[in-house]
Design a protein around this ligand. Sequence first.
Ligand SMILES: *[C@@H]1O[C@H](CO)[C@@H](O)[C@H](O)[C@H]1NC(C)=O
Ligand SMILES: [Cu+2]
Ligand SMILES: [Zn+2]
Length: 207
Amino acid sequence: MKVLVVLSAVLCVALAKDQPKKAIVYLNGNAGVTGNVTISQPSCTEPVFIEINAVGLAPGKHGFHIHEKGDLTDGCASTGGHYNPDKVSHGAPNDQVRHVGDLGNIVADENGIAKTSYSDTVVSLYGARSVIGRAIVIHAEVDDLGKTNHPDSLKTGNAGGRVACGVIGILAPFEEAEEECSSGQPALVFPAVTIFASFCAARMLVA
Ligand SMILES: *[C@@H]1O[C@H](CO)[C@@H](O)[C@H](O)[C@H]1NC(C)=O
Ligand SMILES: [Cu+2]
Ligand SMILES: [Zn+2]
């Protein structure tokens, strides 16, 4: 019986987990580059999945970042620097030390098309560090990932001008308010979840 109670409690906690979140970015700029980016995350403890569709790029690698502001007043120029809440050096997506916004490079084919997707464990759509409302920026040049002697390497990756950008907007869910959940930390067991689990366990006992 104890095993049943524990099992049902675990199941109920699993069912009560966060709603998946999804964000959409419409890319534009004054360099003829257009496209979109979707960012989805099943729960606050799982990685984001980023899908990129961009056209009009010069063939080759282009720095791809999340910048701190969703301000397009002056086009991509007014989106600020890389989103960097930890105030650390620029790096590669897989580095221990990196800006939250450091997503490395995307690669455009000979037709100027970049269609790619990948996961990232640092970027989040949940909590105080949610990137919703910030901006995605595609650069003219290669992001050197903080690995060269250029004076800007550890600041920006020396990725050159900004050829396209867009604000990270909510796609789903759009009906409910932000949940309390700190990104980048273990999931907290909230009182509501505990009560729900106890309720489920109690029902198992009665049944
Ligand atoms: C993103 O762009 C691709 C390629 O142009 C298009 O097929 C897709 O429908 C777009 N997605 C959204 C959500 O707009
Ligand atoms: Cu950038
Ligand atoms: Zn950076």
